[in-house]
Design a protein around this ligand. Structure first.
Ligand code: SF4
Length: 179
């Protein structure tokens, strides 16, 4: 009988995708992981709905929109081990720089100028709405593991995934850095 694979999801909230690029930097180690992991949701796949019973979810990016807020809650309910991957998920980082502008509307005005009126909320549910404040993941849902770095190094992501696959709680003492 084939070994049971660990159900892994990766999620891209308000980030630059650099944390996912770091994940892909595992290179040939991905082939080994592919034999042990079932990737059930990710920007790297075409799955539209976050599934049930996910063992581990890596979340890149901060919570920036109402859509992110809703997805974060769903992920938390359906995930065993929730990992904040990278400085944006851990602290807000670059994504939270707009918080200094004082809300969603000033941001839209700053970006779109006079056209900002057309970039407003519009029909409810049609487009994600910016939150007035960008939030790190742990301010929205409980997080089990914080993996800072901008992005976190591929070697560190690999070490954490191996620990999780082998049933160990990752020991990140002395291995973490921001930026
Ligand atoms: S932590 Fe850095 S690399 Fe990761 S999404 Fe944020 S800005 Fe991009």
């Amino acid at each position: 009988m084939a070994p049971v694979k660990t159900r892994l999801a990766t999620v891209w909230l308000g980030g630059c995708s650099g944390c996912h690029m770091s994940l892909l930097d595992l290179d040939e180690r991905l082939l080994d992981l592919a034999g042990r992991i079932e990737l059930v949701y990710s920007p790297l796949t075409d799955v539209k709905l976050f599934p049930e019973d996910v063992a581990v979810t890596l979340v890149e990016g901060a919570v920036c929109t109402d859509e992110h807020l809703e997805l974060a809650g769903l992920i938390r309910r359906r995930t065993g081990l929730l990992v904040a991957l990278g400085d944006c998920a851990v602290s807000g980082n670059v994504s939270a720089m707009r918080n200094g502008l004082g809300g969603a509307w000033p941001v839209l005005q700053r970006v779109y100028g006079e056209a900002a009126a057309g970039a407003g909320p519009g029909e409810p549910g049609l487009l994600p709405r910016l939150l007035d404040e960008v939030l790190p993941l742990h301010q929205v849902v409980p997080v089990d593991l914080f993996l800072p770095g901008c992005p976190p190094p591929a070697d560190l992501i690999h070490a954490v995934l191996l620990d999780v696959l082998e049933g160990r709680r990752p020991d990140l003492t002395g291995k973490l850095r921001y930026g």
